[in-house]
Design a protein around this ligand. Structure first.
Ligand code: PGA
Length: 235
């Protein structure tokens, strides 16, 4: 099973920075060989998805695309929303949904996030549902039993995001059990101050990591990918 490394750029980067990052991502056979055990997923800001996809295809990069959010509505009169219908000719395989920044700044509710999950699934986009402890049980109440096994869960303690205070990797085994008892989901991702120094410890317990800050500088990110790959050899 591959380990998931998810890069969420949030509202960072402009078009030339996106192009620079992707045009310099290593694609020589030796690097691709090393990165083989990783599923690398990139969530750029919406306006750059098309350019990102073009560069990924042109350079044969081992990178899948995700969106950072998705409208709960379909095609139609929903000004400012980006629907799954709008994305259908792009190769978007994942959607990060319910990130704590959206719950906090955009006041997204458990119900709205559940609607977004349903919309993503109906377009075969895999939802990566972000949760912190206060949402564990409340979010689950809005999700049907049939939907639960189709999710990836990203445990993202708000206090760990962008703070440099990552969760203790040992606590994650307990969190994993707790989440499994509610969601019966097998794929658990951890997010919050993951960096090259701690990524290996998280990959021992989880199926992947979600990165914000550590994904912005290409050199940091590539360093983290190689460290992550090395840590898999020891598993
Ligand atoms: P961070 O962000 O890696 O900058 O802590 C993680 C996240 O928001 O998922």
């Amino acid at each position: 099973m591959k380990k998931y490394i998810i890069a969420n750029w949030k509202s960072n980067k402009n078009l030339s920075e996106v192009a620079f990052w992707l045009n310099n991502f290593p694609n020589e056979p030796e690097s691709l060989q090393v990165l083989h055990g990783l599923e690398i997923i990139l969530a750029p800001p919406y306006p750059f998805l098309v350019s990102a996809q073009e560069i990924i295809e042109e350079r044969h990069l081992p990178i899948k695309l995700a969106v950072q959010d998705l409208s709960a509505f379909g095609k139609g009169a929903y000004t400012g929303e980006v629907s799954a219908f709008n994305l259908q000719d792009l190769d978007i395989q994942y959607a990060i949904l319910g990130h704590s920044e959206r719950r906090r700044f955009l006041k997204e509710s458990d119900q709205l996030i559940a609607d977004k999950i349903a919309e993503a699934l109906s377009w075969h986009i895999k939802p990566i549902l972000c949760l912190d402890k206060p949402n564990f049980a409340s979010q689950a109440r809005f999700l049907s039993r049939q939907i639960l096994p189709k999710l990836f869960l990203a445990y993202e303690p708000v206090t760990a995001i962008g703070s440099g205070q990552a969760e203790d990797a040992h606590n994650l085994s307990l969190i994993k059990k707790e989440l499994y008892s509610i969601y019966q989901v097998k794929t658990l991702i951890y997010g919050g101050s993951v960096n090259a120094a701690n990524v290996g410890s998280f990959l021992q317990v989880c199926d992947g990591v979600l990165l914000g800050g550590a994904s912005l500088e290409l050199s940091d990110f590539v360093n983290l990918l190689f460290t992550a790959s090395e840590s898999l050899i020891q598993l």
